[in-house]
Design a protein around this ligand. Structure first.
Ligand SMILES: Nc1ncnc2c1ncn2[C@@H]1O[C@H](COP(=O)(O)OP(=O)(O)OP(=O)(O)O)[C@@H](O)[C@H]1O
Length: 741
């Protein structure tokens, strides 16, 4: 079948994303989008302001027109007017409260939705940068801080500023000398804000960083609960949480105190100012420049105007908090999505070929995971992508699924550049099963229907049958209505993977991708699920990333990657015959005999004989050696050996994957991952010769079955077979020399 040559036409396209506005633009946008609520809010505030001033001014009339002339009629009019206006003011206040509540919740809703939509456009790099703790803090603290600042603007700042201006105008008409004195004094009210602004912003930022750390720890404690229990890490976790909460409490107390100072200290200035106004006003009254009523009214209006100025100063801390929060929201909202979903053409039904054309892709600038790689993946039966750890297998899959786009080159389906077609039309024709399938909260039926929301019961059942899980589901008390809890924790690993497979199959994808879909399962379950998958390959193309070559060997076509390039390709037999990387990987994984269920394993003597430091050792010695190995299962995240500890065991990885870390030279420096080892690899052989400190820390990345040989078991054998000592010493010596050079 001829296929259109792929045209890499989707480069340099405009990136899409949500850009974050400045604070004043946000306030203006809120006013534009909710004019009714903003008007109501401000009108209610204005009513309150007018009522306060009218009440203050009423003292002049009360004294000069009612009390001093003893006029009952005037008194009744003034009191009646005040009651009427007070009632109207309460009604306006209620309307304002309602408008404020609606405006506030709308702002929260808008910004939370906006951030959520933005997150949905993102790829892994975004989630690597912003952990769950960071994002939660943005939802729970930063967005409400913005909301508070916007509400404060309409409810406090504008009205207070207006109130202060109205007050000053009234005061000017009453007594200009006193007003000028008050105006000069009012400037002092802003002094605390000027002095404390910087400190307040620093404290806000530090507090939110600690909050992020705390949220992250909560997340870790929930997700890693079994590991924390099993390894008795509760004390350590508690100490870390105590430390963070303690820091948060310290910073929080300073932050709140500084914020309180900014509103409290203006009171001191206000008290002094009031005393000056009283003394100066009293002197003006003694001299006959003011009547007693005017003097009382002036003071009352002055107090109201003072409250308005307070309103302005009280709003300022909200802006400081909001500025810090806005900066943090900006970091997330201005993050450009890596994948531009603007393609407009529908992807025609996938038929025959997936290709990567001169693709270069780097997670970190300067360290490409794929280097100008060109690969054709025929859509026939099962294709496996294999290669050493870190060779770029999963990255190829990520690009095929468009979790990211390459920096150079293009990815094409039947010649159609994926950037040129509608993203949803690509997703509709593909399905994927990952290593640790996460199921969603809901019934098993719901979980399978995730792949095709309008699937009928018959389609759901057919998919479950194809995935080999129908009988299991039917055997559950609630069948397909069984609730899946906690991402699938109430199901076995095999059941979860099969349900995930059914979820993928129900959409009848044009191509089914598998990313190490069976490697976390125990050997028996892995074999069974792999058989199901291989049989599915007869009816639909499957592209599978795996490091387990026993599975890859059964596929129709194999691509071998090495350090981001395509090293070899062909069938299992062809690749073995090539005697290259695939052959070496194959040999490495051979020679382990797993017990049923996978809890135990043995290594075959021939396999030991292929290790560089046991090469050439006689068969009987290898047999004795093989019998000394002990199977040790490890949970994910367990430390197998710690750098600096005295070594006493050599390890062979029968199944699983471990990460090797080396601590940075500087004291207290963080550790650096230097390698990943997997099935068939070994580590710690120096411990067989001497108890010297370990040169690295080894931590399990998945559940692992390791075979260990201890120094104490090994040494008696050396007495019997001195040739082993010689071989081992010379092999290790040459290795150490290799390391030094
Ligand atoms: N999110 C990431 N950020 C930075 N580097 C990454 C990221 N994911 C992968 N890499 C790096 O890209 C390279 C290729 O990784 P990839 O996961 O594709 O390899 P792989 O062959 O699938 O390895 P494995 O079998 O261990 O999963 C590795 O060097 C890896 O460290």
């Amino acid at each position: 079948m001829s296929v259109k040559p792929s045209a890499c036409g989707g480069k340099n396209r405009r990136k899409r994303g949500v850009r974050c506005m400045g604070l004043w633009k946000i306030i203006a946008a809120a006013a534009r989008s909710s004019p009714l609520f903003v008007s109501l809010l401000m009108a209610a505030g204005l009513c309150d302001l007018l009522f306060s001033y009218l009440t203050s001014l009423s003292f002049q009339y009360l004294l000069d027109r009612a009390l001093l002339p003893r006029s009952g009629e005037a008194l009744a009019i003034i009191v009646g007017a005040l009651i009427l206006l007070g009632t109207l003011n309460v009604a306006a206040g209620l309307a304002g409260d309602y408008a404020g509540a609606r405006l506030g919740t709308r702002l929260l809703l808008d910004y939370r939705l906006r951030l959520f939509k933005h997150m949905q456009l993102q790829s892994k790099r975004f989630y690597d940068r912003f952990g769950i703790g960071d994002l939660l803090a943005r939802y729970s603290d930063d967005i409400p801080a913005l909301q508070a600042a916007v509400l404060q603007t309409f409810r406090g700042l504008f009205l207070s500023a207006a109130g202060a201006l109205i007050g000053l105008s009234i005061l000017l008409t009453m007594e200009w000398r006193l007003t000028l004195a008050a105006l000069v004094g009012a400037l002092v009210l802003f002094l605390p804000y000027r002095l404390l602004k910087k400190r307040s912003m620093t404290l806000n930022g530090s507090y939110l960083l600690e909050l992020e750390r705390f949220n992250g720890m909560l997340d870790e404690n929930i997700k890693a609960f079994p590991v924390i229990r099993a390894f008795n890490l509760r004390g350590r976790m508690l100490a870390r949480v105590e430390e963070v909460l303690g820091t948060m409490a310290r910073i929080g107390a300073s932050r709140n105190f500084v914020a309180a100072n900014m509103t409290r200290l203006p009171y001191l200035a206000m008290s002094i100012l009031t005393a000056v106004i009283l003394a100066y006003g009293g002197w003006l009254t003694f001299d006959g420049w003011l009547t007693i009523g005017e003097f009382i009214a002036f003071n009352s209006v002055f107090a109201t105007a003072g409250q308005s100025v307070f309103g302005v100063t009280a709003a300022l801390p909200y802006y400081l908090t909001a500025r810090t929060s806005l900066e943090r929201l900006r970091q997330a909202l201005d993050w450009q999505p890596e994948v531009d979903e603007q393609g407009e053409r529908e992807l025609p039904p996938i038929r025959s070929l997936l290709s990567l054309r001169a693709v270069t892709f780097a997670y970190e600038p300067g360290t490409p995971a794929l280097k100008s790689i060109t690969v054709d993946i025929p859509l026939r039966g099962c294709t496996s992508i294999v290669g050493p750890s870190g060779s770029g297998k999963s990255t190829v899959l990520q690009l095929l699924l468009r979790f990211a786009d390459p920096q150079d080159g293009c990815v094409a389906y039947d010649g159609h550049d994926v950037r040129e077609v509608r993203y949803d039309s690509l997703l509709r024709q593909t399905a994927v099963v990952f290593q640790d399938s996460v199921l969603l909260h809901g019934t098993i039926r719901d979980n399978i229907a995730v792949g095709k929301p309008d699937a009928t019961d018959a389609e759901i059942e057919a998919a479950a049958r194809a995935a080999g899980v129908h009988e299991t589901i039917a055997g559950l008390r609630d069948g397909y209505a069984t609730i899946v809890r906690n991402y699938g924790d109430n199901l076995s690993g095999g059941q979860r993977q099969r349900i995930a497979l059914a979820r993928a199959l129900v959409r009848e994808p044009g191509v089914l991708f598998l990313d190490e879909a069976t490697s976390a399962l125990d050997p028996d379950t892995e074999r069974a699920v792999s058989e199901t998958i291989l049989s599915l390959g007869r009816s639909r193309p499957i592209v599978s990333v795996t490091h387990r070559l026993a599975y890859a060997a059964q596929s129709d076509f194999i691509l071998v990657l090495d350090r981001g390039t395509l090293a070899e390709q062909g069938t299992h037999e062809q690749l073995l015959a090539q005697d290259g990387l695939y052959r070496r990987m194959w040999d490495k994984q051979q020679g382990f005999v797993l017990t049923p269920g996978g809890a135990g394993a043995q290594v075959e003597p021939e396999r030991l004989g292929r290790l560089p430091f046991f090469r050439g050792i006689e068969r009987t010695a290898l047999e004795r050696l093989a019998a000394l190995f002990v199977a040790e299962p490890f949970a994910p995240g367990a430390t197998v050996v710690e750098q600096g500890d005295s070594g006493d065991k050599f390890y062979l990885i029968a199944r699983g994957k471990v990460d090797v870390f080396v601590a940075a030279a500087a004291a207290g420096g963080s550790r650096r991952k230097v390698a990943t080892l997997e099935d068939g690899d070994h580590f710690g052989e120096i411990a067989l010769m001497a108890h010297i400190p370990r040169t690295a820390t080894v931590v399990t990345a998945t559940s692992c079955l390791l075979l260990s040989l201890s120094y104490d078991h090994f040494h008696p054998l050396l007495e019997q077979y001195p040739a082993i000592r010689k071989t081992l010493e010379s092999s290790l010596e040459s290795r150490m020399r290799g390391r030094e050079s």
